[in-house]
Design a binder for this molecule. Structure first.
Ligand SMILES: Nc1ncnc2c1ncn2[C@@H]1O[C@H](COP(=O)(O)OP(=O)(O)OP(=O)(O)O)[C@@H](O)[C@H]1O
Ligand SMILES: [Mg+2]
Length: 338
């Protein structure tokens, strides 16, 4: 089954062609970073307008790069939420128009399922990599979410923990702004941290002592702010040390809770998903600490961690009839829950 995936939930306009939820024939993404950078964050109105300007060209390019036309496509999968309403509506309108005009089945996809099912896409660097076999635990860490999901079956997910305040990616972006590193902040902190000392400052690990699988990152962000106010000289002299120490606190908290949940549920496979899963330290630390416990860690290729449309096509394929809707029933749902 060859699906056209469409993703416009936030600030990336994306389309992809994927066969059987696994083999990626094309994965096109038009980033809007340059339009939002000057504001230090995403401006919803600009995001929506840019999606509208770009969506047709992105879909056209995805088909051409796959060497396909609409005749070869068996269905259209689109992100319906969660996300920015003005952004979601552009992708949903495009998918609806295509499905109606071409008489194709439509699939309403939850963006978070997309992140999770990125783990099912073929890894071009490791084509023999096995599919995750449910049950397993998935840590979805992105700009808007930090959710620990128990995947009982591909179509049965249970939230067993989540952040009580900021998402991990949001903390990265806010701290990057405090440090003057620009937007998006995650990749900038990841790079800078590599030349810093992660033990230089002992920033708080939110809810460290609690037995629950909840996360908290707002106290960490505030601790970095107070540190900069008390030691303005560190802003230049020890920027890399602050970045590395902040990152160590995030990674520690994510690894501690995820490994504790895996042990509690008796799970031996953990999958990572979402934009923060691209973080070099998180990938390395979680793998190292899990392997010492006999736990396997699956990580999607970098391009499938941050927002993309291949993951949306994969989610539609694996969700199947659960996601299938009549084209005129495709609706934007900005608060679409797991
Ligand atoms: N290497 C990295 N290290 C840390 N964070 C990163 C890295 N690369 C990207 N990020 C962060 O990932 C986030 C973007 O991820 P993603 O695109 O999945 O989020 P989103 O789609 O905005 O949110 P959601 O998926 O929750 O709706 C941003 O907060 C960004 O800073
Ligand atoms: Mg996302």
């Amino acid at each position: 089954m060859r699906l056209l995936g469409i993703e416009t939930s936030c600030d990336d306009t994306a389309a992809a062609v994927v066969v059987d939820g696994r083999s990626v024939e094309s994965n096109v993404l038009a980033s809007q970073d340059e339009f939002h950078r000057v504001y230090g964050g995403i401006v919803p109105e600009i995001a929506s307008r840019k999606h509208a300007e770009t969506i047709n060209a992105v879909i056209d390019l995805a088909l051409r790069q796959a060497g396909r036309t609409f005749v070869d496509i068996d269905g259209v999968a689109v992100t319906c939420g969660p996300g920015l309403p003005g952004s979601l509506v552009v992708g949903v309108a495009a998918a609806q128009a295509l499905a109606l005009a071409r008489d194709l089945p439509a699939f309403a996809v939850n963006h978070l399922h997309g992140h999770l099912f990125a783990n099912y896409l073929e890894d071009p660097h490791d084509p023999s990599k096995a599919l995750p076999a449910a049950p397993f635990l998935c840590l979805v860490v992105s700009g808007g979410h930090t959710d620990l999901i128990f995947v009982e079956a591909p179509d049965r997910h249970r939230v067993i923990g989540r952040t009580l305040d900021d998402a991990a990616g949001e903390a990265y972006d806010k701290v990057a702004r405090l440090l003057g590193l620009g937007f998006p902040g995650g990749p900038a902190i990841d790079r800078l941290a590599q030349s810093g000392d992660p033990k230089a400052f002992d920033f708080p690990r939110g809810l460290h002592r609690e037995r629950s699988f909840s996360f908290s990152f707002s106290g960490l962000k505030t601790a970095v702010r107070y540190h900069l106010e008390a030691h303005p000289e560190d802003r230049t002299a020890r920027l890399a040390d602050i970045a590395a120490s902040f990152q160590a606190a995030v990674v520690d908290a994510l690894c501690d809770k995820t490994l504790a949940a895996a042990k509690d549920l008796g799970q031996t496979t953990i999958a990572l998903a979402g934009g923060v899963a691209a973080n070099s330290s998180l990938r390395h630390e979680l793998r190292a600490r899990a392997s010492a416990l006999g736990i396997r860690v699956l990580v999607p290729p970098l391009a499938y961690c941050t927002d993309n449309a291949a993951m949306i096509a994969a989610a539609a394929f694996y969700r199947g009839d659960v996601a299938r809707v009549k084209p005129n029933e495709l609706l934007v749902d900005p608060n679409f829950a797991w």
